[in-house]
Design a protein around this ligand. Structure first.
Ligand code: UDP
Ligand code: MG
Length: 332
């Protein structure tokens, strides 16, 4: 199939001054190679989204853009997190390009998989998921927690792609559909599979971070994991109901037991069970309220309808000026 092939790479960057010089060099080589072989058009671009970095990330992006217009920069007004940064990049360029590929700035995703992704795009795919075939470079802890998480998500009914993070190709059709998802609690790897269309998978090996350190410390990772569950699945609420039913049955057994004790004249010994059940029920009530609270919090944020990101600046092509979407006008 012949398809138009202006590619935009979208790369969120938060405090990535250590890796950007190397990342930009390798990506440029890749892009030049693909252009010279006519796989992508000559006006393809690499967009670095600066997610409110505190270091020199933006200065580096500016000088890259000044040296070579193939590099573009998008500056968010403040740090909005990986998912929002990625979304802002995709939404800004969705009408000027034919196809986008998103990846991390630290080159943990294999840039050699790009070509295969583009091949699948040429064959008609609207979305191509990059899936890690191995996780040998991750620590045992990260691999174990991540893999159990994917399994948990699928048990909870969320349709995520196993071992797929945010390394993916999306064409302009898929992006215009993504624009219709107006949620503030954003978990892209859960939303994109909901779009449907023609999808495909490319396997790659996840490498070590090039330099600098992970911007996802354990605490942030747990938060992100919970975000994923509560924004995609309402099963935890159902589980509370089930728990309630279970406890109800237990209490019937306790009732029968205490009546038996009463009629056999052993009432005073019931003290232990009373204390235990008060604590158990109290604890369960707290947990249940907490889970419900999580969802109410989500509803609260969604109803505010706040913009998910605010763009401070865009270093792009003059010719594309009328087509770029520089504001997060509520998409719906
Ligand atoms: N990132 C971002 N905003 C944030 C945190 C991270 O844009 O608030 C970017 C970061 O620059 C990188 C990507 O998200 O390009 C993934 O982050 P990282 O590599 O630190 O995560 P890990 O691979 O350790 O899970
Ligand atoms: Mg990384």
């Amino acid at each position: 199939m012949e398809r138009n092939n202006r590619l935009f790479m979208v790369i969120p960057c938060y405090n990535e001054q250590e890796v950007l010089p190397e990342t930009s060099k390798r990506l440029l080589e890749k892009i030049n190679n693909l252009v010279s072989r006519d796989i992508i058009s000559a006006d393809s671009r690499i967009v670095f989204v600066n997610d409110g970095s505190k270091d020199n990330t933006w200065e580096i992006i500016e000088s890259l853009h000044a040296e070579n217009p193939v590099f573009q920069g998008l500056k968010l007004s403040k740090n909005r997190g990986h998912q929002n940064a990625l979304l802002s990049g995709l939404m800004t360029v969705k009408d000027v390009c034919d196809v986008t590929i998103s990846m991390d700035a630290d080159l943990q995703d294999d840039i050699d998989a790009i070509e295969e992704m583009l091949q699948k795009y040429m064959d008609g795919a609207n979305i191509v998921f990059g899936v890690r075939s191995k996780r040998e470079t991750d620590t045992f802890f990260k691999r174990y927690t991540a893999e159990s998480y994917y399994k948990l998500m699928s048990k909870l009914g969320a349709d995520t792609v196993y071992n797929h993070a945010d390394f993916r190709l999306m064409d302009s059709t898929a992006l215009s559909m993504l624009a219709d998802f107006g949620e503030v609690n954003l978990f892209l790897r859960g939303i994109v599979p909901m779009i449907g269309l023609e999808t495909d998978i490319v396997y790659y090996e996840r490498a070590e971070r090039l330099a600098g350190e992970s911007k996802y410390p354990l605490f942030k990772m747990i938060q992100f994991a919970l975000e994923g569950i509560t924004s995609l699945s309402t099963k935890p609420i159902r589980m509370i109901t089930e728990l309630g039913v279970f406890i109800f049955f237990v209490s019937i057994i306790v009732l029968i037991y205490s009546l038996v004790r009463y009629f056999t004249g052993h009432t005073i010994t019931g003290w232990t069970t009373t204390v235990l059940s008060v604590w158990a029920i109290g604890g369960l009530t707290m947990i249940s309220l907490g889970v419900i609270g999580e969802y109410i919090g989500k509803i609260y944020l969604e109803t505010k309808n706040r913009p998910r990101y605010i763009i401070g600046k865009y270093l792009g092509d003059e010719e594309d000026k009328d087509k770029v979407s520089l504001r997060d006008v509520k998409f719906k």
